[in-house]
Design a binder for this molecule. Structure first.
Ligand code: URA
Length: 239
């Protein structure tokens, strides 16, 4: 593929902007500055450097973000800064056939929820991960306001009724880890589900953190940081 088309496909701006980046000497491939924007490169294992930052070529972008508290999972946030401001411009600008541009969050976390959030420009992946049919387990660490009783744990496991939904929802796993600390695994993702389930058993969520999706555990990435998902990470997410 031509270098300007490669940069365009990876979100570095319009074809004209990408051609300009190359012609002005801002792009290196394998340590060599390339100034012909039409120069051809094989895509397999291609890495390039744009203005000092190293980028891998990816047909689709799959990334993990450790979402900090006080951020909204929306492109047009109402009150808090958007999580998308934590990502570099190329990830936000990757061209897409759909009206939306760039990577999108795979499901949303509340403004005050922290932890593991996936983002991608692969619509099929978003659909698969979000579909209730696939039952991808998501693990939440919950800090509660009131002490957790064995009865609360039993109810969360056997099913609680949420106000607008006659069908009870149950946790796939639930374990009290301390007086005010619960680990809850859900295989569906209804609006404010953890908070509403805890409210339904007479407790209240004080802090909520998502630590795992499928087999993928949030590692020691600092809050607000992102990284590419590796092939091994993606394999851990297979429903
Ligand atoms: N359940 C909630 O209540 N909030 C979240 O952010 C995620 C799950």
């Amino acid at each position: 593929m031509r270098l300007e088309d490669i940069l365009f496909s990876q979100g570095f701006g319009t074809r004209r902007v990408c051609a300009g980046l190359v012609q002005q000497g801002y792009v290196q491939v394998k340590g060599e500055t390339i100034t012909d924007s039409g120069e051809f490169f094989e895509l397999e294992d291609l890495h390039f450097n744009v203005q000092g930052t190293e980028w891998p070529f990816k047909e689709h972008a799959y990334v993990l973000l450790n979402k900090p508290a006080g951020t909204e999972c929306s492109q047009k946030p109402s009150t808090w800064p958007s999580i998308y401001t934590l990502l570099p411009a190329p990830l936000r600008q990757r061209p897409q056939k759909a009206a939306v541009q760039g990577v999108q969050a795979v499901g949303r976390l509340d403004q005050d929820t922290t932890g593991l959030l996936l983002l991608t420009d692969d619509g099929k992946f978003i659909h698969k991960m979000s579909s209730p049919k696939h039952h991808v387990p998501k693990v939440y660490e919950v800090t509660t306001k009131h002490p957790i009783t064995p009865d609360m744990v039993d109810k969360l496991l056997s099913g609680v009724v949420l106000d607008d939904d006659p069908k009870p929802v149950k946790a796939a796993a639930c374990e009290a880890l301390g007086e005010l600390h619960l680990r809850l695994t859900l295989t569906e993702g209804k609006y404010h589900q953890v908070k509403r389930m805890l409210a339904a058993v007479g407790n209240r969520v004080e802090a909520l953190h998502r630590s795992q999706i499928g087999g993928l555990v949030l590692d020691d990435l600092a809050p607000g940081q992102w990284r590419w998902l590796t092939d091994a990470d993606l394999a851990l997410l297979k429903p």
